[in-house]
Design a protein around this ligand. Structure first.
Ligand SMILES: Nc1ncnc2c1ncn2[C@@H]1O[C@H](COP(=O)(O)OP(=O)(O)OP(=O)(O)O)[C@@H](O)[C@H]1O
Length: 427
């Protein structure tokens, strides 16, 4: 019994240890190999199932206990999409110097061109105050429909000429709108009215525009014009320098506005137009009679503007006695008869020093010289108005002022800076 029991147990083991035809491996090794394969297959299968279950659980949980509601998450993705689209629209609408605005944007900014947002009406259209999406305040000039044929031309010229021009004393164009028949210009908003309003509006018995403020305004305008004439290539002639085109901020900084009439000029050439486009009373005689235009015409208009600042009078005022209706004639006559101090606006409480007054009067006379060549450049005017000791510095050479009325008994000598005027001085 013992022998048979031994032989059956011993018979099984030797079978397992017998070599098989598979690579001569022993049977138990092959069995072991298959068991390992089976176990690892099961293990992989199990892991896959577990992973799938976990994924399903995550899905399930986000559906049942969401961190944000479905609507909210849709809104968020919608908002994201809208923002992305708005950003790409804005990128598309950027035009180098500013922006092209859609009609919808301008309508929103002005609350549908609400009457209450009208800040002024000019020859080319109505100006509205507007607030853009980014909260910046702007002045939107909506060009008139009945001006379209002409205004469209002006519009294009204006946009191209002034879009890139940036200067402390020039009103910046921040963009435009050209949709369908609509043409609009979007300017930075200047918050303290126009020089015309401050000079000729009802300001009470004492003008807030003191002599010093008036001179500061004059220097600002001169700097702005000097930049147009001498700081740009090709230069820009404004063509409509007048008090209603001078805007003021709360610190009395002057900003020259309305380049609707400005045209780009070739550097050496003067420009001939078929019709005179300036404003009566400010237009230089040569521009009025020949249509020949160069920056000298702006200098003439600046001279008239300076007279207006000194006297508080309009260039043409039919409500005055005939001898005083034309500001230039009255002004020249008063200077010639040495009554310059009577020219000062009676609304100025503290009178200017004789030196400061004389300086301003002489600049006026030089600007309105009938010979355009003899008029100073705007950069020189900045120097003349700013120089403390002008016109008394001895090293200045003197130049005769022509065209003070021929009946004038006096010959006025106007010192003239011999130095070269650095562009940086009027910037
Ligand atoms: N950028 C601005 N910021 C604030 N107000 C402005 C601005 N531009 C214009 N205005 C206001 O709108 C008014 C009309 O301006 P606009 O330039 O159209 O006409 P104007 O200069 O009075 O006349 P014209 O069209 O004959 O030049 C101005 O008088 C001013 O009160």
């Amino acid at each position: 019994m013992a022998a048979s029991g031994n032989s059956s147990g011993g018979g099984l083991l030797p079978e397992l240890t017998q070599r098989t035809p598979i690579l001569g491996l022993k049977l138990y090794l092959i069995i072991l190999f298959f068991i390992v394969i089976l176990v690892s297959t099961l293990l992989i299968f199990f892991i896959c199932i577990m992973k799938r279950r976990m994924r399903m659980r995550v899905k399930h949980s986000s559906g049942t206990i969401p961190l944000v509601s479905k609507e909210e998450s849709e809104m968020k993705s919608g908002e994201k999409e809208r923002r992305r689209r708005r950003k790409s629209e804005e990128e598309k609408e950027k035009i180098g110097w500013g922006r092209r605005y859609s009609l919808k944007e301008v309508e929103e900014a002005t609350r549908g061109f609400e009457e209450g947002n009208v800040i002024g009406k000019g020859g080319y259209g109505i100006v509205y105050r507007g607030i853009l999406h980014d909260a910046s305040v702007v002045a939107v000039k909506n060009l008139l429909n009945n001006n379209k044929g002409q205004a469209e031309k002006e519009f294009k010229g204006e946009v191209e000429a002034i879009g890139k021009v940036r200067h402390k004393h020039l009103v910046g164009l921040v963009g435009y709108c050209a949709e369908g028949a609509q043409r609009m210009l979007v300017y930075e908003y200047i918050d303290n009215g126009t020089l015309e309003q401050w000079l000729h509006g009802d300001v009470g018995p004492v003008s807030p525009l003191t002599w010093d403020i008036r001179m500061k305004v004059a220097v600002g305008i001169a700097k702005g014009l000097a930049y147009l004439h001498e700081g740009l290539e090709p230069k820009v002639v404004h063509r409509d320098v007048k008090s209603s085109n001078i805007l003021l901020d709360k610190k009395w900084n002057a900003k020259v506005s309305d380049f609707g009439l400005a045209k780009l000029l070739g550097s050496e050439k003067s420009y001939v137009t078929t019709r005179v486009m300036g404003t009566f009373g400010y237009v230089s005689p040569e521009y009025a009679s020949t249509g020949m235009l160069n920056e000298g015409s702006d200098v003439y208009s600046f001279g008239i503007l300076l007279m207006e600042l000194i006297t508080g009078r309009s260039p043409i005022d039919y409500s005055r006695p005939p001898a005083e209706m034309n500001l230039v004639n009255w002004f020249k006559g008063m200077v010639a008869s040495r009554r310059g101090d009577e020219l000062v606006d009676p609304l100025i409480e503290i009178k200017p020093s004789p030196r400061s007054l004389k300086r301003a009067l002489l600049v006026c006379l030089r600007c309105i010289d009938l010979d355009v060549i003899k008029r100073p450049k705007m950069g020189q005017i900045v120097h003349m108005l700013e120089a403390d000791d002008f016109p008394y510095r001895s090293k200045h050479r003197t130049i005769e002022i022509d065209h003070v009325p021929s009946h004038a008994a006096v010959s006025i000598k106007v010192p003239y800076p011999a130095r070269h005027v650095e562009p940086s001085s009027w910037r």
